[in-house]
Design a protein around this ligand. Structure first.
Ligand code: DAH
Length: 359
């Protein structure tokens, strides 16, 4: 057979092979043990040496060409098969963007950050305590024994005890004052802490909600006086409200855990639901305070003959209403996104003193 024709036949067959199985058939037919070219190679042996040399060389060229075509086609088919798999097994792992309601920083969180920055500047660190509190921390240690009328005034939420368990029930803390006891027991004196957090009382109207926020302040050292308390509170209000004109009114009062005690009111006006600080003829009570009672120091393991100091409890929601002109407290906790968009703060505006508290 003419070698050119032979070559042409197999090169064509290789090109026509549609898949790897068909290609293998072509390979066997040409180069397999019983393949056409293999048999021709074997037949060379019967030729005389001169003729064998020339025919052998020519046949080898054809064999090499067919072999190369087979390999190239095989690679081409494999590439095509991979492309096809990639096409058919493709998976879109992306999701279309979903418009989400954009949240804001709640005014209460904002105010907590602001007051933490102000008190940190005066050397106070932040202390924490549990919201479910024992009655000893919430009352007894603060000089409010079981029969004391102040227990009734606190409209306390009580936790359940198991049937037959006669110990006094735990309470949802009615104020942040128990954190004073915990902080003094943990750190001793001298100490300067604030404790912002949630507190609970059974109460509900335009200025009261069953859960609200207080910040407790405590400063104990050898010679801390009522004058220090007054300076710290005035300094705090000036920094917090960011207005020069802030007017405070100290009123003599009574708390079991302080002696003497004072309540502090701040002057404000309410014109058509717009609250303004430092003007008008209204006063809003924002905090209770006083010199920590010796019995409270003793209960927390601090020697009242060596140490003394002041404490205060400030209503965070109240000062948020006043600073940001929010007339109704109940709306704070309704989770209405329209309200949050109006009164909330951008997440990246962390308040600090040099940068300004409420940009
Ligand atoms: N615990 C009081 C309350 O919730 C507020 C208070 C008054 C806290 C006087 C104090 C304080 O630390 O000295 O009504």
């Amino acid at each position: 057979m003419d070698l050119t024709e032979l070559r042409g036949k197999y090169i064509e067959a290789v090109a026509q092979a549609a898949d790897e199985a068909a290609l293998e058939d072509v390979r066997l037919a040409a180069l397999g043990k019983k393949g056409e070219i293999s048999l021709m190679m074997a037949a060379l042996g019967k030729m005389d040496p001169e003729a064998r040399k020339a025919a052998g060389a020519a046949l080898n060229v054809v064999k090499t060409e067919i072999d190369a075509a087979l390999r190239a086609r095989k690679q081409g088919l494999a590439d095509a098969a991979l492309d096809e798999r990639l096409r058919s097994e493709w998976l879109d792992v992306t999701l279309p963007g979903r418009p989400r309601p954009r949240g804001t920083i709640h005014p209460v969180s904002q105010v907590m950050e602001e007051l933490t920055a102000i008190f940190a500047d005066m050397g106070f660190s932040v202390a924490e305590g549990p919201q479910v509190e024992s009655d000893w921390y919430n009352f007894d240690a603060l000089n409010i024994p079981p029969e004391h009328p102040a227990r009734q005034e606190h409209d306390t939420f009580f936790m359940h005890r198991a049937e037959g368990d006669d110990r006094p029930p735990h309470v949802l803390r009615t104020h942040t004052s128990p954190v004073q006891i915990r902080a003094m027991m943990a750190q001793g004196a001298p100490i300067r802490v604030i404790a912002p957090g949630r507190v609970y009382r059974m109460d509900m109207d335009q200025t009261h909600t069953p859960m609200f926020h207080q910040v407790e302040g405590l400063a104990i050292d050898r010679d801390i006086s009522m004058a220090n308390l007054k300076w710290v509170l005035e300094e705090f209000c000036r920094a917090f409200f960011e207005v020069d004109k802030v007017e405070l009114r100290f009123r003599a009062s009574h708390f079991p855990f302080t002696e003497p005690s004072a309540e502090v009111d701040i002057r404000y006006s309410n014109v058509g639901g717009q609250l303004r600080i430092g003007e008008g003829d209204k006063w809003m009570e924002i905090l209770g305070s006083g010199m920590v009672h010796p019995k409270v120091l003793a209960a927390a393991g601090v020697d009242p003959d060596q140490w003394q100091g002041f404490a205060f409890g400030l209503g965070i929601d109240r000062i948020a209403m006043l600073k940001y002109g929010i007339p109704d407290l109940r709306a704070f906790f309704e989770g209405d996104l329209r309200w949050l968009r109006h009164y909330g703060f951008a997440a990246l505006d962390m308040p600090d003193l040099p940068g300004g508290l409420s940009r």
